[in-house]
Design a protein around this ligand. Structure first.
Ligand code: CP
Ligand code: NVA
Length: 309
């Protein structure tokens, strides 16, 4: 059973994930009233198109309302302590979606808030993206267990959440990354233990072709994530052998190509792959809306603000 918050894929069991996917699939094209009278606040330290719009629209589809709060204006941790922001927002709104740099900020907000807190991307994880990705894979391939997903590039927030989610639902996960950008050991051990239960195989390599050969899903994300812009020249050099282009994708002719977007075209992905026949990136973006409706309905429908009665 899901707890109060969604901060990491580690907060979810395989059954939680499957049940969210079923719930999301059933709500495609439907409206609901699970959030009637409720407001979701979005507290964002970084820019966004998909996460912001899909959460705001999801709240409206469920009969609720939303409020966008640029973090710089609120001054989280600068104008006032994180705990005070959490206590005050808990009096006004019914749920909080947070996009931060430090994972510790979203964790601290959740620790102090009486309302559900959802990680809308941190430097460490992007759990809502991973759920939308798994939903997309199930729609396109008709199953999850036994498939092989090859992630090529930086072992970043998107890769961490996707690895943890894949391991839980029985998807074999291959990661090809330069040694200096490999998956952190803590996530690898969490994933290994989930994979042992979920029945999936994990492969960590520096060889993109080895990872991609015969895969069902080829996935990449930017080499320079938000907040790492000062490293972009070095990163372009370090990742130059990891672009997903037509040549690399030819090693996985049956694969769908996935990317969370926004893409840095000509870096991690060639334009003809991103917009090519194997690409499902816009269905993937659409699924953010469907899965987040399920997440909001699950976490918020039974809760109320800490407003005094
Ligand atoms: N994929 C994703 O989270 O996109 P945004 O940064 O535009 O929200
Ligand atoms: N890894 C990227 C994902 C954007 C959705 C970033 O953090 O910038």
């Amino acid at each position: 059973m899901m707890g109060k918050d969604l901060l990491s894929v580690a907060d979810l069991t395989a059954d939680d994930i499957r049940s969210l996917l079923d719930h999301a699939q059933g709500m495609i094209g439907n409206r609901g009233s699970q959030l009637e009278g409720k407001t979701v606040a979005l507290l964002f330290e970084k820019p966004s198109l998909r996460t912001r719009v899909s959460f705001e629209v999801a709240a409206r589809h469920l009969g609720g309302d939303s409020l966008f709060l640029p973090s710089a204006e609120v001054g989280v941790g600068t104008r006032e302590p994180v705990s005070h922001v959490a206590w005050v927002l808990s009096r006004y709104v019914d749920g909080l979606v947070v996009r931060t740099f430090a994972q510790s900020t979203v964790e601290e907000l959740a620790q102090h808030a009486s309302i559900p807190v959802i990680n809308g991307l941190s430097d460490h994880e992007h759990p809502c993206q991973a759920l939308a990705d798994i939903l997309t894979i199930r729609q396109k391939k008709g199953k999850l267990a036994g498939l092989t997903l090859a992630f090529v590039g930086d072992a970043n927030n998107v890769a961490r959440s996707l690895l943890l989610a894949s391991a839980r639902v029985g998807i074999n996960f291959h990661l090809a990354a330069p040694q200096a950008y490999a998956m952190d050991g803590n996530i690898v051990s969490q994933a290994r233990s989930a994979a042992a239960t979920g029945g999936s195989r994990l492969l960590f390599t520096q060889d993109a072709r080895e990872a991609v050969a015969g895969a069902d899903v080829v996935y990449t994300d930017v080499w320079t994530s938000m907040g790492q812009e000062a490293e972009s020249v070095q990163r372009r050099k370090d990742f130059s052998a990891y672009q997903v282009d037509a040549g690399l994708l030819s090693a996985a002719p049956r694969a769908i190509f996935m990317h969370p977007l926004p893409a840095h075209l000509g870096e991690e992905v060639a334009p003809d792959v991103l917009e090519g026949p194997q690409s499902v990136v816009f269905d993937q973006a659409e699924n953010r809306l469907h899965i987040q409706k399920a997440v909001l309905a699950r976490l918020l429908s039974g809760t109320r603000t800490g407003e005094r009665a």
